[in-house]
Design a protein around this ligand. Structure first.
Ligand code: CP
Length: 317
């Protein structure tokens, strides 16, 4: 693996999950492969889980880690090529990236969709610039259109908790007061489409995701119908993807909030969410605090997904 930005970079997904479960059993088995190597984690956006779990994963592999919060203490960065830099941004990303590459062996990048231009977001301009100009292996810590470390952790969690060989997994839109990117649902769909699961997406009309990630998966607009017989409910909000509403909030209808009555329609399903979550918007207190809630095991598996990815980048570069 040269870089990690989507499910395809993992190759055989079954094998990747097997490797993850082995790493989880003994996370210090490879503590020497990162000796004298440096992991640089670059954040353009806030984080709790990704920051801690990825740093921990690097340390498990014996790496030194550096965290750069671009918006706190670094020079403000211009990211558009061709701009006359007479404003408040004294440094261009096209110099900053190769400079960052001088100080590390692997770079993780978090750079969310900006919602200024669908083309800019869906061309993944920022992470691709890191891939093209850093000279180092790069992995996504959530980019504009995908969050593959999260989706890999979600798949590991489903493998650990599933009770049937081919569980029914439902990705449901849920309401939220702010416009959120499609990165998490995109990557979740991407992974579920490659996994041995019966995958259904449910959302209000107008929230259709990009075909590149949906890949023909079943879309059911009736949330109650989608929940019937489900083994896993994965809740997430996202803003509209389709034109002309890209990045807009079309609904905050709390009838879509995951509550006990809806969970009762399922096959005693587990509840999943990547966190952070807005309680009683996305999911009720009762559901997230229930024994069926997997939000903490999912977060714990972020260390494991990150460790497999960093391990493979160390081994293959
Ligand atoms: N799920 C996730 O990526 O959490 P953070 O935004 O806190 O890193």
């Amino acid at each position: 693996m040269k870089h990690y930005t989507n499910v395809k970079d993992l190759g055989d997904l079954q094998q990747a999950v097997k490797e993850a479960l082995e790493v989880k059993k003994n996370r210090f088995a490879y503590k020497n492969i990162g000796e004298n190597k440096t992991l640089l984690m670059v954040f353009f956006n806030s984080s709790l889980r990704t920051r801690l779990s990825t740093q921990k994963a690097g340390m498990n592999l014996g790496m030194n880690t550096i965290v750069l919060d671009v918006n706190q203490g670094a020079w403000k960065l211009e990211t558009e090529r061709g701009v006359i830099m007479d404003g408040d941004k004294p440094e261009h990303l096209l110099e900053a990236i190769p400079v960052m590459g001088c100080y590390c062996d692997i770079i993780g990048v978090r750079s969310f969709a900006r919602f200024e231009s669908k083309e800019f977001d869906y061309e993944e301009v920022i992470i691709n610039q890191f891939i093209n100009y850093s000279g180092k292996p790069v992995f996504s810590m959530e980019a504009a259109t995908g969050h593959p470390l999260q989706a890999f952790a979600d798949l590991i969690t489903i493998e650990e908790y599933k009770k049937t060989a081919r569980p029914k997994v439902v990705l449901t839109w849920a309401p939220h007061p702010k416009a959120l990117p499609q990165a998490v649902p995109n990557s979740f769909a991407d992974f579920m489409n490659e996994a041995n699961v019966d995958f259904v997406i449910t959302h209000p009309k107008g929230y259709e995701l990009c075909d590149k990630f949906v890949r023909g998966a079943k879309v059911e607009y009736d949330q109650a119908k989608a929940f019937e017989g489900a083994d896993f409910i994965y809740a997430k909000n996202w803003a509209a993807y389709q034109d002309p509403n890209y990045s807009k909030i079309l609904s905050t209808d709390r009838a879509w909030t995951v509550d006990t009555a809806k969970m009762a329609l399922t096959n005693n399903a587990y509840f999943m969410h990547c966190l952070p979550v807005r309680r009683n918007m996305i999911v009720t207190d009762d559901v997230i605090e229930s024994p069926q809630s997997l939000v903490i095991p999912e977060a714990a598996n972020r260390e494991i997904s990150a460790q497999v990815v960093i391990k493979r980048l160390l081994q293959n570069n």
